[in-house]
Design a protein around this ligand. Sequence first.
Ligand code: FES
Ligand SMILES: [Fe+2]
Length: 360
Amino acid sequence: MFPLNQWYVAGFSWELSDKPLARTLLNNRVVMFRTAAGEVAALEDRCCHKSLPLSCGTVEERGVRCGYHGLLFAPSGACLEVPGQDRIPIKARVKSFTLVEKDQILWIWMPAEDGTAPTHDAPDYWVHSDPRYTFKGDVFHYNAPYQLIHDNLLDLSHLGYVHLKTIGGNAKVHMNAELKVEAAGDQVRVLRYMPNSAPPPTYTGAWPFKGNIDRWQEVEFNVSHLNIWTGGADIGTEDMRDPHRGGFHMRGFHAITPETDTTAHYMWTMATNPHPDKEDVGQLVYEQTALTFYEDKVIIEAQYENMKRFPNAPQIDIHVDVGPNRARRVIEKLLKQNEIAAAAPAPLQPVAQAAPSVSV
Ligand code: FES
Ligand SMILES: [Fe+2]
């Protein structure tokens, strides 16, 4: 169901407090915590003694302590302490996952085979560390499979119908926007430009536009997350193809991590460049974004409910589906690669040779 040997987002730095955090990721029940030394860790959320979730326990200096009989587990999953006995049984260990903290994002490596190390570094997200931007985010839960959220984010033509109160705008302008889809490797980019269009409510609330604006939407799909840069500038003042352009920016980080085959986590942040003449822009943009994403959640969950009511009904494609379809092909390709790798016979082990006898 999900491409493996990938980094997925497990959460955000600010979610790890003094308590363990439980979350199901790609059908794995995981507990995350941070040690006193600042190390982040993810373990299978099951004590190897009598199966209590470790997330029912407490975080201590060296690891997580089970809340039933007090076994203490290190970030590696090794048992460090069995209260009341000196000997630690050899099998006293829980499965661990590689968890990396970068730019306030917790990335978890999901291997195709248990215990295999990451083949590449976790992604960077520079926006969270750029002083020009202020950001805030949240974690939403979806009763819908992850790919329906990909579809939604790769096709922003829905803004004119779903998000009229926030970042929407004229539906006709959205549906007729110039659209370009590019694909390279496992990445898909959808670029949309809407010159001379009316700024929607979120934009006018956050930025003192003079009238109509040149508006852009640049969506970059990666297997586990999408980076979406949207914004606008007073007509004719900025080159919409210039990566350093000014104007009002909304930079969205959208991590879509499957929870189960039919549910997903949507972990997002929205960053903006506050205008000096406007107050509390960061908060306004965050609140408007949360409202917008709730609108998407309602639509996507209703869509999935109906797909279950009509399980065999065919769907059609229209012009706005090019981006989502490209992303689906990437996922299909990766699933196939995982399948082929899983089916491949294990490499032959060299036959142990008896050591030659040496005579002197
Ligand atoms: S169930 Fe965890 S210590 Fe007993
Ligand atoms: Fe939306």
